[in-house]
Design a protein around this ligand. Sequence first.
Ligand code: UD1
Ligand code: CA
Length: 459
Amino acid sequence: MLLDVVILAAGKGSRMRSKLPKVLHEVGGRPMLAHVFKAAESLAPNNVFTVVGHGADQIQEKLGSTHNWILQEQQLGTGHAVSQCANQLTSGGLTLILYGDVPLISADTLRRLLKEAQFHSLALLTLDMPDPTGYGRILRSEQGDILGIVEQKDATSAEKEIKEVNTGIMACSTDALTTWLPKLKNKNAQQEYYLTDIVAMAVQEGKSIVSVQPNHMFEVEGVNNRQQLALVEEFYQTQHIQSLMKQGVTFVNPKTVTIRGEVTAETDVIVDVNVVLEGSIVLGEDVYIGPNSIIKNSIVGQSSRIESNSLLEQAEIGRQCVVGPFARLRPGTKLMDQSKVGNFVEIKKSQIGVGSKVNHLSYIGDAEIGEHVNVGAGTITCNYDGVSKHKTTIDDNAFIGSNSALVAPVSIGRSATVAAGSVVTKDVPSNALVIARTRQIINEQWQRPKKVCSSELKD
Ligand code: UD1
Ligand code: CA
């Protein structure tokens, strides 16, 4: 099947009351238009043309130059929008019309629509809505044949009673479409060239028209204002979370979890309340994500626990690790299996070896820590000299006493011990003990100063 997809995204979206072009508003952490691209591309089309106008530069910058952008300088209606790329459509094929502000349309519904379009001149995606206000209504004969579409603003009060609406999404023979488009007129309430008028043209020519209903009502929910944006977001979240539940993930309170991206999870993962999962996330079997944690673009290995209030960003966590509560893992953090990172620890661009622990109140940056190392409470890798970043290396089995400052570049040898409170500025050999603090002084004659009463003062 030769297929071209045309995505309409030139409208202003004034009801959003926003500087941002409507189709760049995000659902599930990605611009609405990106969702529509994904649905379109899953159909393996020959071309995807995206008609842009308002905020075209911003849209192209955000979504990249690889797309086939068509500029509609003046927004003269949906029919006018499609006409902008009519001469580029593939003759002998099908054209599918999608909307940039209808982000949740599924590939499955579109496939059913396209299947019907192969046997008819025109296939419309329609829906019976309890409240059809604002939508174009589907006009049918007494026998139920489609006769046309009337827009809300042009509808008689009797037509406004019709519950079956035009979702806007349609598929048709490209050759028929290109003969209809130049015939569109703008004699209507909005003085626009309505794409929907091709339906009446098809009827006049005796062409067959069919309608298909979407798998789910939310798929055709359009976004014209912020209320609808929130509604679509909720549908998206529910859908994503439900599919993860089907794969064996427990959500302690699904309504409190937010997913902004793609989550892949093995079975028996538990996600506790108020968790935010953003970007690309991979969760291994039996992983636990504690309350109020935020995880962005990270991988968490089998049986690892992310305890409450932790923030992970571009981190890679091995198996059977424990992170948090209150840990912050910044980009480039790699925890090897069975390692532990405790509360109020910040790690950046560092590797923590198998079975090693950084349990309390530490900053580890630009460091490579070997296996079974114990990093004591309050240890700081001083990685920045005010100009450049330097590396700290801690070899296997080393013991770093509490409140030590490791001034990079510096390396601590295998099984070396750093005494608590040390400021280490030179490399420490294997097995050695380094004490780098002032020696303790005891003064047994020491007397605390005493307050002198004024009556004791002479003169
Ligand atoms: C349109 C349909 C209506 C349908 C509704 C579903 C027409 C005439 N009406 O109405 O039957 O029920 O969608 O949501 O088609 N656009 C352009 N260029 C333009 C005008 C619009 O690219 O010149 C784009 C918009 O950015 C938007 C889409 O087309 O993505 C729909 O336009 P909009 O003005 O929202 O149409 P509706 O009045 O909602
Ligand atoms: Ca609309």
